[in-house]
Design a protein around this ligand. Sequence first.
Ligand SMILES: [Zn+2]
Length: 331
Amino acid sequence: MPLLIDPPPADEPRYERSSDGTWVIVSSARLARPLPDRLSSLSGPTICPFCEGNESTTPREVFALRNGTTADTPGWRVRVVPNLYPGVVTTVNGTERDNENSCGGYGRHEVIIERPDHDADILDLPSPHFGNVIEVYQERMKALADDQRIECGVLFKNSGRFAGASQEHVHSQLMGLAILPEHVKKILSHESHVPALLKGHPTVVVNSDHFIAYCPEPSFFPFEVWIAPKDREPDFRNAPPAQFVELGKVMRNILRTLSRMITPLAYNTFLHTAAFDGKKRPFDRWHLKITPRMETLAGCELGAGIYMNPIRPSWAAEQYRKILPQVADEE
Ligand SMILES: [Zn+2]
């Protein structure tokens, strides 16, 4: 495992059940496992469709943060376009999809391009810009919810080859689905542990004015972090935009800390939020998950739905707390 820090002490393997009932095997022995070479970088196209100046190579934008410039031209900070290779669509050859016959196919699949410049890393994103990005997440989530046929919004980021990224340029994806997946239903049927964690717990990484970041116990992935609001709010659409710069700072500092602990840095982020049907469920807080991808999912995870994690969350949290203060003040 490509750690930049000392490994945790050897520990007995354990079966543990996560808050949603999924089994995790915690086994430090897996740290010694030989891994395939992961240093090959992504081979990007010669023209990046997400770069400022290449707006004509994407579908027409559906939203952008601009300073008075015209749509589909340069001069934006964050830009949203339909995915050129969508998983779900609203129309086929100009005809709206029939929800009766192809309910799995109806939906919206958007790309949120988070910076205009290609080489800029998200780790260097100033917190006000990170706040802008989160503002756009919310804006688009609201827009999807306005479509009565869409049941839920799935927001995620794949960063790095091991996390499934196919474009280097920093971006996220948002899918509006005409179904409520079982996986999401399961997540929405559980309360968070936030009220207990707020009393103090070894898995807490950051406790800021309005957010708590922690390593869930057990975690599916090594160094996994969840960021949730302290106040009860299941729907991200209701999150106060005045808190987004703070949230961006927490997120960025966690990613910076990760970059000091694992290499190469690859990770997914997911937003879990209330479904659009307005039903009351136990789910009490929307949250962002950061799942570092140090290994690909293999047979046990895919075949049995059991995750194996060599890193104990309380140990991971301790490492975050040690390193995070060193990166927190770097703008
Ligand atoms: Zn680019």
